[in-house]
Design a protein around this ligand. Structure first.
Ligand code: CP
Ligand code: NVA
Length: 310
């Protein structure tokens, strides 16, 4: 029996698989151009399959895009907030994994604690997908790379600048850097710097990741400027974060330091006037709406990969 294909951490997935997923996503998106959103793809790679989705945190894009993705793949979904499950009353996640493996063909989880995802995967007999944890947001990064490549061509050799909190999003960009061959410049204040283990692993894998506390240095000559909320779900130090991250706002002056044709990305939800100004997120360089739509296209191919159809 082949090994179950979990999609939890980008650093654990072969570069060739990430490339195959991105190429499949691009082709699938092109093949259904102009179709109604509910019409299934011709090959229905998830026909007769059901995805369970468990949410320990809020979600708009992840919830709707996975549901839409499974419909377009010809499959079905069951969605629950963890608080409505026995999981929310203390049933072990290992037992939840064993039970759901008998009922569905894959499990997507938005988890508070990354280790819980790993425990789920260890005990599941079906693929487990990370729909965001405190340590990564790999599905979002696949949508972001898809968006960059649609607008600017191959991501390999490009310079991506991350400005602000060295959070879960930033971590997944670090994880994918050695796999996809882009240079990643990260500007964050020392207190909210990226994970040191992630940085060390990327360096071992010959990833081009550079850190600084100067946003101007990070965006200089960049092809892509990216940021995210300063206060992620689960963060409890709101006021300290706003104070420390205030110099890291992406505004038009900062965008001017990047390449003249640089694009702006934000995974959303955005906090206008904090990490990004209205002028940037609503401006001509912003790709945030394509980026949000691409959650569907990228995740269809992640699901198809989990089902061994990519
Ligand atoms: N970007 C993202 O994951 O959005 P949601 O929190 O709305 O799912
Ligand atoms: N870093 C944010 C991403 C939300 C999609 C969070 O974890 O809340």
């Amino acid at each position: 029996m082949s090994q179950v294909r979990h999609f939890i951490d980008l650093w654990k997935i072969e570069a060739a698989d990430l490339r195959a997923i991105l190429d499949d996503a691009r082709a699938r998106k092109a093949a259904r151009l102009g179709w109604p959103k509910g019409r299934p793809d011709a090959d229905r790679p998830a026909q007769d399959r059901t995805l369970a989705m468990i949410f320990e945190k809020h979600s708009t894009r992840t919830r709707f895009s996975f549901d839409a993705a499974m419909r377009q793949l010809g499959g079905d979904v069951i969605i629950s907030n963890a608080s409505d499950m026995q999981l929310g009353r203390g049933e072990p996640i290992e037992d939840t994994a064993r039970v759901l493996s008998r009922m569905v063909d894959a499990i997507m989880v938005r988890a508070n604690v990354h280790e819980d995802l790993e425990r789920l995967a260890l005990n599941a007999q079906v693929p487990v997908i990370n729909g965001l944890s405190d340590r990564g947001h790999p599905c979002q990064i696949m949508a972001d790379i898809l968006t960059i490549e649609e607008h600017r061509g191959p991501v390999a050799g490009k310079t991506l600048a991350w400005v602000g909190d060295g959070n879960n999003m930033c971590a997944s960009f670090i994880h994918a850097a050695p796999k996809l061959g882009y240079r990643l410049n990260i500007a964050s204040p020392a207190v909210y710097h990226p994970d040191l283990v992630d940085l060390a692993r990327a360096a071992e894998q010959q990833g081009m990741v550079h850190t600084t506390d100067d946003p101007r240095e990070a965006v200089k000559g960049a092809d892509v400027v990216m940021t995210d909320t300063w206060v992620s779900m689960g963060d409890t130090d709101h006021d300290e974060r706003i104070d420390a991250l205030e110099p890291y706002q992406v505004d038009e002056a900062l965008m001017d330091e990047a390449k003249s044709d640089a694009v702006f990305l934000h995974c959303l939800p955005a906090h206008r006037g904090e990490e990004v100004t209205d002028a940037v997120i609503d401006g001509p360089q912003s790709l945030v709406w394509d980026q949000a739509e691409n959650r569907i296209h990228a995740q269809k191919s992640i699901l198809a990969w989990c089902f061994e159809k990519v």
